[in-house]
Design a protein around this ligand. Structure first.
Ligand code: GAR
Length: 197
């Protein structure tokens, strides 16, 4: 018998289109996860306004108010621990995270990255794929570990690189795949996770 949907905390920094895709998928019958809260390190993240309007609990924690990465990560972890979460989904969360935040969620923290990892960890992934002359690009959902964009891969989606592509046109093509890949991988992950509450 399926248990309660797993409670997911989604971390964002901007538009939050992946977060929206996760929320929309969670509302379909039988989805094994629910988005319990959306957290941003930026108050003006578009995704925060959208989540608020949808009635999803939100929390803004500006990294600028903390003297070190570790201090910010400790405060963020404190909030996440208070929300009875099963899973953390980073969705365009543009922060390098320290073990202070990662370790408590080891094995329960996922990220989406806009490249076919292990290619192009870090930033400017589409620009780098075009500069390399790659015939295809894509996105990866992976477990978060202490190394940046390095944890075990849970799934990837591929798109062709087309003649005349710019970083923007390629990013848009990849983003459409991100919106399908992330909900699907998160649902599989949540659905196979043992009951914890
Ligand atoms: C997405 O393309 C996501 O893969 C990327 O930022 C974008 C966020 O868009 N993440 C990273 O680059 C993480 N290193 P969104 O806010 O519309 O979901």
């Amino acid at each position: 018998m399926p248990g309660q949907p797993k409670r997911v905390g989604v971390l964002i920094s901007g538009t939050g289109s992946n977060m929206k895709a996760l929320v929309e998928a969670s509302r379909k019958p039988g989805c094994p996860y629910q988005v319990a809260c959306v957290v941003s390190n930026k108050a003006d993240a578009g995704g925060i306004a959208w989540a608020q309007a949808e009635g999803i609990p939100t929390h803004v924690l500006s990294h600028r108010n903390f003297p070190t990465r570790e201090a910010f990560d400790a405060a963020l972890n404190g909030y996440l621990q208070s929300q009875q979460l099963d899973i953390i989904a980073c969705a365009g969360f543009m922060r390098i995270m320290t073990p202070v935040l990662i370790s408590p969620w080891a094995g329960r923290m996922l990220n989406i990255h806009p490249s076919l990892l292990p290619k192009y960890k870090g930033l400017r992934t589409h620009e780098r794929a075009l500069a390399a002359g790659d015939a295809e690009a894509g996105c990866t959902v992976h477990m978060v570990t202490a190394e940046l964009d390095d944890g075990p891969v849970l799934g990837q989606a591929r798109v062709p690189v087309l003649p005349g592509d710019t970083p923007e046109t390629l990013a848009a093509r990849v983003l459409r795949e991100e919106h399908k890949l992330y909900p699907s991988i998160l649902a599989s992950f949540a659905g196979t996770m043992p009951a914890s509450r």
